[in-house]
Design a protein around this ligand. Structure first.
Ligand code: PEP
Length: 250
C-alpha cells in the first residue's frame, strides 16, 4: 500500500514574513499523526529559515538543485544538492515543466539533477508531462514514457524518488485531464517504471498527479488508480486551499 504524499510547490512566491506564516500553518497540521505524508517546497530564499522551524512530520524540499556533480565550486547562482540537504531539506523537485521550458532542461539534465539529489540523500521528485500540442497530437503516452526513460536514474527506489505527472497544459490553467486520462497516463507511467526499475521497485514508487489540483477536485483525482498523491502549485499558497486538498484524505 503506497502512502499518499500531498506536496506544495510554492514556486517563486512568498517573502519572509508570509512564507514563515504559511509554513507555520502547515507545520501545525503536521504535529498530529496523519494518514498521508506532507511536503512543502518553498523558494530557495526561504528554505533554510523554514527548515529550521519545528516542522513535525512535514518534509521540506527545494524546487531544483544544481546540475553539476560537484558539491561546490565556480557555479555562480547554483545551489548544490549537498547544500540543499545541509539546509535541512528532505526532498528536491527536479524537471518541473517550468524548468524544462524556461530553462531548456533536457531529460539528460533532469536525470543528472535527480542523481545529484539522490547522492546527497534527498528524495528527488521528478516531474514529467506532455504539452497541449503533444496531447492533441495523441502523443501523451509516448512523451511521458520517453521522459521516464530519459529522466529517471536506474538507481531510483521508492525511498529516493517520487514521480510527478503534470500535464503542462493543466499547470496553473484551471484545466484538468479527465479521470480516465489521468488513470491511463498513471498506469502507463507505472508500466514504464517496471521496465526501467523492475516490478518490485516500480510497485512501491509513488506517482503524484499535478496540475490545477484544488479542494473541489482533489478527492476525485486522488482516488484514481495509481495516483499516490498530488503536487500542488497555486493552491499550496493558501493554507485553506492546501489543507482543503489534504483534508480530503483524512
Ligand atoms: C505545479 O506547478 O507543480 C502545479 C501543479 O501548479 P498548479 O497546481 O498551480 O497547476
Amino acid at each position: 500500500m503506497r502512502r499518499k504524499l500531498i506536496a506544495g510547490n510554492w514556486k517563486m512566491n512568498k517573502l519572509k514574513a508570509d512564507g514563515i506564516e504559511l509554513a507555520r500553518s502547515v507545520f501545525e497540521k503536521c504535529t498530529v499523526n496523519l494518514p498521508f505524508d506532507v511536503l512543502i517546497c518553498p523558494p530557495m530564499s526561504l528554505l533554510g529559515l523554514i527548515a529550521d522551524m519545528p516542522h513535525g512530520s512535514c518534509g521540506i524540499g527545494s524546487q531544483d538543485v544544481a546540475e553539476t556533480i560537484k558539491e561546490s565550486g565556480a557555479f555562480t547562482g547554483d545551489v548544490s544538492a549537498k547544500m540543499v540537504c545541509d539546509l535541512g531539506a528532505t526532498h528536491a523537485i527536479v524537471g518541473h515543466s517550468e524548468r524544462r521550458t524556461l530553462h531548456h532542461e533536457t531529460d539528460d539534465v533532469v536525470r543528472q539533477k535527480a542523481e545529484n539529489a539522490m547522492a546527497a540523500g534527498l528524495t528527488a521528485v521528478i516531474c514529467i508531462g506532455e504539452t497541449e500540442a503533444e496531447r492533441e497530437g495523441g502523443e501523451a503516452l509516448s512523451v511521458v514514457s520517453r521522459q521516464i526513460q530519459g529522466s529517471v536514474p536506474t538507481t531510483a527506489t521508492s525511498e529516493n524518488c517520487v514521480i510527478a505527472y503534470e500535464p503542462v497544459w493543466a499547470i496553473g490553467t484551471g484545466k484538468t485531464p479527465t479521470v480516465a486520462d489521468v488513470a491511463e497516463v498513471h498506469a502507463a507511467v507505472r508500466a514504464e517504471l517496471v521496465k526501467l526499475l523492475g516490478q518490485e521497485v516500480a510497485n512501491k514508487m509513488r506517482i503524484l498527479y499535478g496540475g490545477s489540483v484544488k479542494p473541489s477536485n482533489a478527492r476525485e483525482l486522488l482516488s484514481v488508480d495509481n495516483v499516490d498523491g498530488a503536487l500542488i502549485g497555486g493552491a499550496s499558497l493558501k493554507i485553506d486551499d492546501f489543507w482543503g486538498i489534504a483534508s480530503t484524505q483524512l
